[in-house]
Design a protein around this ligand. Structure first.
Ligand SMILES: Nc1ncnc2c1ncn2[C@@H]1O[C@H](COP(=O)(O)OP(=O)(O)O)[C@@H](O)[C@H]1O
Ligand SMILES: [Mg+2]
Length: 250
């Protein structure tokens, strides 16, 4: 579904991506982890065409998308959440989702969107149910809790009918309860839609609990990749990043 090959990007003297090659199979749920400044957000900027790589390829759904505009990449089915600027504070949750679905339908010149014949309200109801926000449909988005605003932000991305969804630290700034609620929701919508989901996450308990595969970045390079179990045991990862707390029991 999505494959990056030898992706590199420098900002002046800082090499934020070094020869990164990763394959994301269709329908997978994958975590990207690594210390602050490791290049995780840059990696998302590169694959979503918000930044152009210095070298390397991003193959999405069979085509190299390097050089395409980020809007074109969204149109082809890669959406990204947590661009909170996309929220319209005075609109209700329902109005925000309706606006996003409408803009998607205007922008898309594909006849075969996934929901071609159903009307707008039905699609919005479906999104509300998927997000668990049906009871808050009439609430202005600026009155939502932090967690619900982030869910709505995911909803705006889902309104684009993505095949691939990118989540940059979906649980940032949340307390433990809200965090697990968010991650349960992410897992639910991944299972319900069959999308390919990539998420950046700091909380190792969350990563090890839900990810199918984990890729560890350090200084812009892939330090390790594997299943959560492999990553948990990887001595490089333990030394570089996890500390002894996460060492697997002998
Ligand atoms: N637009 C930019 N201009 C200059 N330097 C940047 C830019 N974006 C990121 N960087 C630098 O690239 C490195 C990786 O940053 P980032 O991808 O945000 O890391 P992470 O998300 O893993 O914390 C950091 O050293 C950061 O300062
Ligand atoms: Mg980041």
């Amino acid at each position: 579904m999505l494959r990056v090959e030898r992706l590199s990007k420098s900002f002046g003297g800082v090499q934020a991506a070094r020869d990164v090659s990763i394959d994301f199979p269709a329908g997978s749920l994958t975590a990207i982890i690594g210390p602050n400044g490791a290049g995780k957000t840059t990696f998302f900027n590169l694959i979503s065409s918000h930044l152009r790589p210095d070298s390397g390829r991003v193959v999405f759904d069979g085509a190299d998308i390097v050089g395409l505009s980020s809007l074109e990449v969204v149109r082809r089915g890669m959406a990204r959440a947590f661009q909170v600027a996309a929220l319209f504070p005075s609109l209700t949750v329902r109005e925000s989702l309706s606006a996003a679905v409408t803009s998607r339908r205007r922008r898309s010149w594909r006849v075969l969107t996934r929901f071609p014949f159903r009307d707008l309200d039905a699609r919005v109801d479906e999104l509300l149910a998927l997000l668990g926000l049906a009871a808050k449909a009439a609430v202005p988005s600026h009155q939502l809790s932090h967690g619900d605003q982030k869910l709505l932000d995911i909803g705006l991305a889902l309104a684009m009918d993505p095949k691939v969804l990118l989540l940059d630290e979906p649980t940032a700034g949340m307390g433990p309860d809200e965090r697990w609620r968010m991650i349960g929701r992410v897992q639910h919508l991944w299972q319900a839609t069959g999308m390919t989901v990539l998420f950046i996450e700091h909380d190792m308990d969350i990563v090890f609990k839900i990810a199918q595969r984990v890729h560890v970045l350090k200084y812009g390079a892939v330090l390790a990749q594997g299943t959560p179990e492999e990553i948990r045991r990887n001595p490089d990862v333990i030394d570089a990043y996890l500390g002894t707390d996460h060492r697997a029991p002998a």
